[in-house]
Design a protein around this ligand. Structure first.
Ligand code: ADP
Length: 524
């Protein structure tokens, strides 16, 4: 690998003009074939704190397709040995990784808050999810169940086993900077695949931390390769690389479509997790205070930057007024600030583009849609907020189901309250978007709860809980424009990262023919 040819620091999308470097800024490297190496380009981009754009966290390789080629070659070289390593042995290394992540949890959470902005407790939850995923999925090393089934003929045995898919390209977003990479990486590894992982350009440090922990755990060289850089160069080089048998992507529906098209061109397996426009239904018999707590947590947790965020609150008209009054009071009471401060309820949004997009939607809500701005709606720019990407928790009321703010994914601290006349009406509204990730109902009526559970077409559903809060041992994913039918987490993720092999063993010693119209029994 060539040494850095030049050390040009390019900006990430988070950077503004007034960057001041306060301390020596560390330069990070790619991890390819078990070695930490600079990009072939020699160029770097900066990772900036979204709560304080004067704080440069590190410089990361602005990689190119050459780096992807090198990483894929390393993954290819490591593949045979790793796939032949018995799965229980692969699991042992992953359990070790779980132990290492526990040891570094606080540091990794602090790094995550600094690069992504979410409050420390949520960052701790993100790292914990990687730990949980690692332990849970490593346990599959002693299961990875296939199945046996009777054969059509005597003295014949039939079974199904799992085999790795091969080399996997993992492309991840910035909103769960360690959890989402782990949801892809650990199942890929337990199934015997080798990987190239590319984190989002806004949050490379958390994936670096995860990969560094993999190295410490003793995962062999070439099994995990890390390449940082931009999506339209490095990401595209991955989706187009003929040796990457599988691309697993989490991000926006728009980018997912590009990724899926590239995979379709070369018959690669493609697994997509994308957007959401998730509804909480609040019925007239609901515990309103509980529903408010769920709505606030679901709408403003992670500053609304979750694909499962509660961006639509579909409220029965009998309790609409009461709900809105309490919701607005609660939203106004949230303390916005740097996520590293334990008093902060809601951190910044990720970058300048996100500010523009969210503020644009707030304009759409007020002007084009004509909804009522009940609270929030402003960017915070004074005092401690001056150098960060802070937006007030924002609630729109009198929202009609077909307004743009009720249909399009805003991915920020903005929620909409939509009135409904009945359970049928509420279910219809909940289903009336292009996405199908998560939904929830607040009610004390078991019939209504089960009805909504059956009728709402999403991959995840909650009763008397918010739309956010997935657990790693249940499948995660959505319907319609949210995904392409795959589920991550749970044991279902194994169906992404392994392929079935049907095995027939004929021990009759004779030719026994299947797929013909007469039944031929051995011995007859
Ligand atoms: P967001 O808009 O929230 O940043 P994206 O869907 O653009 O979400 O990004 C998710 C991931 O996809 C990131 O790692 C990003 O670098 C990557 N990405 C962006 N564009 C492409 C592309 N054309 N091909 C492959 N990956 C891409």
């Amino acid at each position: 690998m060539a040494q850095a040819k030049k050390a040009v620091a390019k900006t990430s999308r988070k950077q503004t003009a007034r960057t001041t470097v306060r301390a020596a800024v560390k330069t990070y490297q790619n991890y390819i074939g078990g070695k930490w190496v600079a990009s072939e380009s020699g160029e770097l981009f900066e990772n900036i704190n979204p709560a304080d754009t004067g704080d440069t966290i590190g410089r990361f390789p602005l990689s190119t397709s050459d780096d992807i080629n090198a990483a894929v070659n390393a993954a290819q070289e490591a593949f045979d040995r790793w796939r032949r390593t018995p799965a229980p042995r692969r699991a042992e290394v992953l359990f070790r990784l779980g132990e290492i992540l526990i040891g570094y949890k606080d540091r990794f959470a602090a790094d995550m808050t600094r690069e992504m902005g979410k409050v420390l407790k949520e960052a701790g939850g993100d790292v914990q999810e990687a730990i949980d995923c690692t332990y849970y999925t490593a346990g599959e090393g002693r299961r990875l169940h296939g199945f046996t089934t009777p054969a059509e003929m005597p003295d014949k045995f039939a079974m199904c086993t799992r085999q790795p898919v091969g080399l996997c390209g993992l492309i991840t977003p910035w909103n769960f900077p360690m959890a989402i990479p782990s949801w892809k990486l650990i199942p890929a590894l337990i199934c015997g695949n080798t990987v190239v992982i590319k984190p989002a350009e806004d949050t490379p440090l958390s994936t670096y931390n995860l990969v560094k922990a993999c190295e410490e755990a003793g995962i062999p060289p070439g099994v995990v390769n890390l390449v940082t850089g931009h999506g339209d160069t490095v990401g595209a080089a991955m989706t187009n690389h003929p040796a990457l048998r599988l691309i697993s992507f989490t991000g926006s529906t728009e980018t997912g479509r590009i990724v899926a098209s590239a995979c379709a061109e070369r018959n690669a397996i493609c697994s997509l997790e994308m957007g959401g426009k998730n509804a909480i239904i609040v019925m007239d018999d609901a515990d309103i205070d509980l529903a408010i707590e769920g709505a606030v947590w679901g709408a403003f947790g992670t500053s609304g930057q979750r694909c499962t965020a509660s961006s639509r609150l579909v409220v029965h008209k009998k309790v609409y007024k009461q709900f809105v009054t309490k919701l607005v009071a609660h939203a106004k009471s949230l303390r916005v600030g740097n996520g590293a401060d334990p008093r902060t309820d809601m951190g910044p949004v990720i970058n300048a583009d996100a500010v523009d997009k969210i503020m644009g939607y707030i304009q759409v809500g007020r002007n084009e849609d004509g909804a009522t701005l009940a609270c929030g709606g402003k960017r915070l720019t004074r005092g401690d907020y001056a150098n960060g990407y802070f937006i007030e928790p924002t609630v729109f009321t009198d929202v009609a189901e077909d307004m743009r703010i009720a249909q399009e994914e805003i991915f920020g601290p903005v929620t909409t309250v939509i009135p409904a006349n009945s359970i049928e009406d509420a279910i219809r509204i909940a289903n009336g978007v292009r996405y199908g990730l998560s939904a929830a109902i607040y009610t004390q009526n078991v019939n209504q709860a089960f009805r909504a559970m059956n009728e709402v077409y999403t991959g995840i559903f909650y009763v008397n809980a918010s739309t956010i809060g997935a657990e790693v041992h249940l499948p995660f994913g959505g319907t319609k424009a949210t995904g392409n039918g795959h589920r991550e987490a749970g044991t279902q993720v194994l169906d992404i990262f392994s392929e079935w092999k049907s095995v027939y063993v004929d021990f009759s010693g004779k030719l026994q023919r299947a797929q013909i119209d007469t039944v031929e029994l051995a011995g007859n």
